[in-house]
Design a protein around this ligand. Structure first.
Ligand SMILES: C[S@@+](CC[C@H](N)C(=O)[O-])C[C@H]1O[C@@H](n2cnc3c(N)ncnc32)[C@H](O)[C@@H]1O
Length: 290
């Protein structure tokens, strides 16, 4: 059997009982380590699961998946995914490959950032398409996300922005020279994300992400209990906060749409930097809790 098992969002104890039982019976257990991270060390997982984990990078999962699947028709093999296997990740490919080789498969789900963002108080029903924001470089500043946010905003929908993760990346020079030297992992932070959004707004000038009148909610380490941090305000306010406010990765950002209920404004107000949250909700979004 080939298992695809979601680990949830925070630590070793977020695995489901079903997932843990499957792992215990596996001959090989891979940990997918490039689309998300847990808030604990790999050794904690190994101790709790009683298994040594084989770290699977993007190359292994996407181009060398046969190595993961080898023997899975005879013994049990698992690939562990932080969050949910289908939550903002594309692991359908390895399942299709397994099925093509006649290997039985099973997916064991878990919480994902895609549903846990509900912690900010906005109704998940009113989220539009989620978008990914990638690290800009000097010569590469892809801005198609702006059109997606615009489409959502036209319908009054909220946008969940997932922020780029760079793990095991080569610098352009090392890539060009064929040197297998990797840069340290990088996780996009809220302040960097907001500065990139403002840069694109300044170029496109369509007012979709106007810093003063756009409400946004930052979500750090969602599902992490006391480590979780949510901050609500205008884009401009969030961009001016000390980076310490958001703390270590992972971070996500919500651009608030106009389909807001007064109760949602009230709920998220407990995360607001100041009264600007309520003022903009009333004056710009037309929603008041009074
Ligand atoms: C490609 S998605 C992977 C999602 C994962 N499979 C899941 O179901 O949650 C990774 C991005 O989601 C966001 N993310 C994941 N977990 C998060 C968390 N606990 N708190 C805040 N953002 C998170 C970050 O923006 C991160 O870069």
């Amino acid at each position: 059997m080939f298992y695809l098992i979601g680990l949830g969002l925070c630590d070793e104890k977020d695995i489901t009982i079903k997932g843990l039982e499957a792992i215990k019976g596996c001959s090989r257990v891979y940990l997918e380590a490039y689309t998300s991270i847990l808030m604990i060390e790999q050794s904690k997982l190994e101790e709790f699961y009683g298994k040594t984990l084989i770290v699977a990078d993007r190359d292994t999962v996407e181009t060398d998946s046969d190595a993961i699947l080898d023997g899975a028709d005879q013994v049990d093999v698992a690939l562990l995914i932080v969050g949910d296997p289908f939550g903002a990740t594309t692991h359908a490919d390895i399942l299709l490959r397994a099925r093509a080789r006649g290997i039985p498969t099973e997916v064991i789900h878990n919480a994902s950032i895609m549903n846990a963002v509900g912690a900010c108080g906005l109704q998940l029903y009113n989220f539009g398409q989620a978008v990914s924001l990638v690290f800009f470089t000097e010569n590469w500043k892809p801005d198609s996300f702006y059109d997606r946010v615009a489409e959502n905003r036209r319908l009054g929908m909220h946008t969940l922005l997932l922020l780029d993760i760079k793990v095991k990346e080569q610098s352009e020079e090392n890539l060009a020279r064929g040197r297998k030297i990797y840069e340290p992992p990088r996780y996009m932070s809220i302040p960097l994300a907001i500065s990139q959004l403002c840069e694109v707004e300044a170029t496109r000038k369509e007012g979709i992400l106007d810093p003063e009148s756009t409400l946004a909610i930052s979500m750090s380490r969602v599902g992490g209990g006391s480590q979780q941090r949510i901050v609500a305000g205008t884009l401009s306010q969030l961009g001016k906060q000390d980076p310490e406010v958001y703390g270590p990765p992972l971070h996500s950002l919500i651009i608030v749409g106009k389909r807001l209920h007064p109760l949602e404004v009230e709920y998220a107000n407990s995360f607001a930097i100041d009264e600007t949250w309520k003022r903009v909700a009333k004056d710009v979004y037309g929603v008041s809790d009074e």
